[in-house]
Design a protein around this ligand. Structure first.
Ligand SMILES: [Mg+2]
Length: 173
């Protein structure tokens, strides 16, 4: 069960203390896209999100969109947010992480992933040994494959809850 427990749990990307991440030694943050930055049903980027990205970039953390979605959607949104991106990365598999590590030479303790799914984002991060940050999904809508994961995720949440390991809505850093 440990592989599903995030290091940090926040309500949303807006509720994370990024200065605290800097203090923890984090230099690179991977953002999940769907239901973390935007609901999967839209590609409209709000002013709130644009301003937020601009603000958080001032921490000097390198933010990268790291998404299982396809190129068109990921690139369009990333370009609007002026963020580097990797698409179709197949979390929880290693996917394209080696490209990032090779390019920037980060070690595990300098990287974090922020995402809304235990079975992709959190599992991926914990397998790699990077800091994992769970946020609540932005909407109840999910992409086709995610719907299967959510059913499994529900059972995992239940087990984690029963063992007092992770409680929905009980945030921590
Ligand atoms: Mg997601």
């Amino acid at each position: 069960m440990e592989q599903y427990i995030p290091d940090i749990y926040a309500k949303s990307v807006y509720d994370i203390d990024y200065d605290n991440l800097v203090n923890r030694g984090i230099k690179c943050v991977l953002f999940d896209l769907d239901n973390t930055l935007l609901p999967p049903t839209t590609k409209e980027v709000s002013k709130k999100l644009i301003d937020f990205i601009k603000q958080t970039k001032k921490t000097n953390i390198r933010f990268i969109i790291y998404s299982n979605s396809l190129k068109k959607r990921v690139s369009e949104i990333a370009n609007r947010l002026d963020l580097e991106y990797f698409y179709f990365v197949r979390k929880p598999h290693r996917g394209k992480i080696d490209q990032i590590v090779k390019k920037y030479e980060y070690n595990q303790s300098e990287m974090a992933i922020i995402g809304d799914q235990l079975l992709t984002d959190v599992l991926f991060g914990n397998k790699l040994g990077i800091t994992t940050i769970l946020v609540n999904p932005l909407s109840v809508h999910d992409r086709f494959f995610t719907r299967f994961n959510r059913r499994r995720e529900k059972k995992i949440y239940k087990k984690l809850y029963q063992n007092n390991l992770l409680v929905k809505g009980k945030y921590y850093e």
